[in-house]
Design a binder for this molecule. Structure first.
Ligand code: AMP
Ligand code: MG
Length: 345
């Protein structure tokens, strides 16, 4: 699933770039093309692609790959030495500044989404088999038991000191990739790069514009079909991060069970949305919000957007209609039935 999604996004990205370069006039064709470097890797359980343009692009991409591997080791629940594993085992302790930063950001989003985003979801990820890929539908009493430890209010972060109460344990899977894409973009900037695009398993972040000064064109996948998309967003200097049940799921007795859990029920969220894309300058916030809004559903997402409590734009899909926030209404093109969500209802 991930591979197909990744390939689709890359193909569309490349097609968009090819169309533009092949449409260039003679003057552009005569100009020297800037240096470009691309790497494709598998990390954080997904396929990733990093492309930077300019003189230092090779060094920038190499450093970015090192950074991804460093962060993967720090956040992974599957790594015995990660900050997250140590906190889950010991219940408290000191974490890196970066882990503390992410946990603080996660808590802010939890508060603003009434707990729809909750990193203490970890026992349920285990129970449903999403951590080991030994999937199963738990008994309702098992879910009730696991839910006892699910509350972001059990997490406290003071500087780099973290404590979990109530038997809670954490999973940063809903926010870590967004932080990682932000870091990758920062590393590229530090290397003097002005134009770059990274795609971490469908989570895209772009630096600047394309080298010709036009916006990047990011295809948003149609959750109903791996080979089509909801539309294309033209954007610059933004994270474009998508959550959907189609990204990871299993099927049992004709029923689909996906990996985004509603912290209220302990079951895969059953909202009316099938895909949520957040467009935001900050990748970390975008990632947490995409997961949260998927759980909250259409009305909750509209309400949060209208409240103005967080600065973001969104593309929502409910299986038949696309809902686009007003900040990107002119830059998201789609052939689908579309409704614009304004700040004022
Ligand atoms: P994403 O693809 O960003 O929506 O993140 C999904 C991942 O976030 C899952 O694989 C879990 O690791 C974690 N997760 C699932 N449900 C939640 C939730 N309600 N709040 C926070 N993290 C979650
Ligand atoms: Mg997320």
């Amino acid at each position: 699933m991930k591979l197909r999604k990744y390939i689709l996004t890359v193909i569309i990205g490349i097609t968009a770039m090819t169309v533009l370069s092949s449409c260039g006039n003679k003057e552009n064709a005569a100009k020297e093309q800037p240096a470009q470097s691309t790497q494709e890797i598998f990390a954080m359980d997904t396929y990733m692609s990093l492309t930077a343009y300019g003189n230092n692009s090779e060094e920038a991409v190499n450093k970015a790959v090192q950074e991804i591997n460093r962060l993967d080791a720090m956040f992974s629940v599957g790594n015995a030495d990660s900050d997250v594993t140590k906190i889950n085992e010991n219940g408290s302790g000191e974490v890196s500044e970066e882990t503390a930063f992410i946990m603080n950001r996660a808590m802010q989003v939890s508060e603003k989404t009434n707990g729809a985003f909750d990193i203490t979801i970890y026992p349920l990820m285990e129970l449903w088999g999403f951590t080991t890929k030994n999937y199963r539908v738990p008994e309702s009493n098992e879910i009730a038991e696991a839910l006892k430890g699910v509350s972001y209010t059990n997490v406290s972060v003071n500087g780099q000191q973290v404590a979990l109460t109530g038997g809670s344990s954490i999973d940063l899977g809903g926010i870590a990739k967004g932080y990682t894409s932000s870091r990758v973009i920062q590393i590229m900037k530090d290397c003097g790069i002005e134009h770059a695009i990274v795609n971490l398993g469908g989570n895209v972040q772009v630096l600047g514009t394309k080298t010709d000064g036009s916006d990047w064109r990011v295809a948003i996948q149609n959750p109903a079909s791996e080979n089509s998309y909801l539309g294309i967003l033209s954007t610059a200097d933004k994270a474009v991060i998508t959550s959907g049940g189609y990204e990871r799921y299993f099927e049992q007795d004709g029923q689909v069970y996906h990996h985004i859990i509603d912290p209220q029920t302990g079951y895969p969220s059953d909202s009316d949305l099938t895909s949520v894309t957040i467009v935001c300058s900050d990748g970390t916030t975008a990632d947490a919000l995409s997961t949260a809004l998927f759980v909250m559903g259409l009305d909750g997402a509209k309400e949060l957007y209208r409240s103005g409590a967080i600065d973001f734009d969104m593309i929502l899909f409910d299986g038949s209609k696309v809902y686009v926030s007003e900040g990107i209404k002119d830059t998201f093109s789609t052939d689908m039935d579309k409704e614009i969500i304004t700040r004022q209802p």
